[in-house]
Design a protein around this ligand. Structure first.
Ligand SMILES: Cc1ncc(COP(=O)(O)O)c(C=O)c1O
Length: 373
């Protein structure tokens, strides 16, 4: 009989997929985690040119092209005032691979990784793949991650804690004060703060702060990607930035699981990062408009909803049966339980879909609330 590794046996199939399968083909889809905008023309053009010139046929350096890593380093300087060294950045196959190599390089079997609950599904599962044990911590009422709760959860077995701001599935944005605290905790407890910042440019109130800029030690690693910022989920291009010895260990993993990020995607990403950024702002403004429409409607329905300050998700508290009632009526949303035990009683609604569909979805949600109350 075939035996499978215990690590992979602990990995679950995403609860999000089950919802898609339950809904019909004509359903309105508010379950997706990808922006509904085109990638920037200049990014597509850069890939086309590189392919036509025969420059994208070969492996690049395992770490990624020098030009791309310089563009990513410049992004850290421009956006966060972080003096990033291109030699301390690896281009990866999306933010997903960056999270994977970070876990593999830092987590030993039996060690714990503190993850937000509800939180992005990869954190728990990648911890399992690395042989570690996820340790979920609950969020505050406003769905932000409390540094105090993280600090309390730290033990001698803690390998890392994950911070994700703006967050999936909540849309919550951590304050500057919280990010300073996460940096202090990483410094004082000498544990890795793995900061997933893939939604860094989709912030409506205030601005994004990376814990990396407040840390005195090398204990913060930052994951980023073109996926959400530039609506380039299919290109599979992300990165990880950390201190030299951490990058060295993550490179050992990356060279065997990926060799290098896709070369055409690297050219596209370089152009996206160095080209005009107005599309990013326009997209964020459109997301904010949609969020406001949804928040008003949810409030009107009597569904308590913390105001999300970023990403493109809202997470209302919903009555029992609400998610199923929406799905039966042709609207896909995701039960909060798919993101952790403490997601029970919530639903994640993605507004990466156009306003006409959002209006129609609101009609369905009104019916669903009435049906289950
Ligand atoms: C919080 C978070 N991190 C990472 C990722 C992975 O992004 P990528 O598509 O770049 O692998 C996602 C995708 O949904 C996400 O929501």
């Amino acid at each position: 009989m075939t035996e499978f590794s215990s690590r992979v046996e602990r990995v679950s199939i995403s609860g999000i997929r089950e919802v898609f399968e339950a809904a019909g083909e004509d359903a309105i889809n508010m379950g997706l985690g990808q922006p509904d905008f085109p990638a920037p023309d200049h990014a597509r053009e850069a890939a086309r040119e590189a392919i036509a010139a025969g420059e994208a046929d070969a492996y690049t350096s395992n770490m990624g092209t020098q030009a791309l890593r310089e563009a990513i380093a410049e992004k850290f300087r421009r956006d966060q005032g972080i003096d990033a060294d291109p030699g301390a950045i690896i281009a990866t196959a999306g933010g997903s691979e960056a999270l994977h190599v970070a876990m593999e390089a830092h987590v030993d079997p039996g060690q714990e990784v503190i993850v937000p609950d509800p939180g992005f599904v990869s954190y728990e599962n990648l911890t399992h793949l690395a042989g570690g044990d996820p340790k979920p911590v609950g969020l505050r009422e406003d769905l932000t991650l409390d540094p105090g709760a993280v600090e309390e959860a730290i033990t001698d077995d803690t390998a890392a804690f994950v911070v994700n701001s703006p967050a999936n599935p909540t849309g919550a944005v951590g304050s500057e004060a919280d990010m300073r605290e996460f940096a202090r905790i990483a410094d004082e407890h000498d544990v890795l703060c793995l900061s997933d910042e893939v939604y860094e440019h989709i912030v409506f109130e205030g601005e994004h702060h990376s814990p990396m800029k407040f840390a005195d030690s090398d204990n913060v690693a930052v994951v980023g990607a073109c996926s959400k910022t530039y609506s380039m989920t299919g290109w599979r291009l992300g990165w990880i930035h950390a201190a030299g010895d951490r990058i060295d260990r993550m490179l050992r993993v990356h060279q065997y699981v990926q060799a290098c990020a896709s070369a055409p995607a690297q050219y596209a990403a370089e152009a996206a990062l160095t080209g005009p950024q107005d599309q990013v702002e326009e997209m964020a403004a459109e997301f904010e408009r949609r969020r406001d429409v949804l928040l008003d409607a949810l409030e009107d329905m009597g569904l308590e909803t913390p105001t999300p300050e970023g990403a493109f998700y809202v997470m209302p508290k919903v009555p029992d049966g609400f998610v199923d009632a929406c799905i039966e009526r042709g609207l896909v949303i995701v039960p909060g339980r798919a993101f952790g035990e403490r997601g029970e009683g919530y639903a994640r609604i993605s507004y990466a879909t156009d306003m006409a569909e959002i209006e129609a979805a609101i009609g369905i949600m009104r019916e669903a609330v009435a049906a289950v109350r």
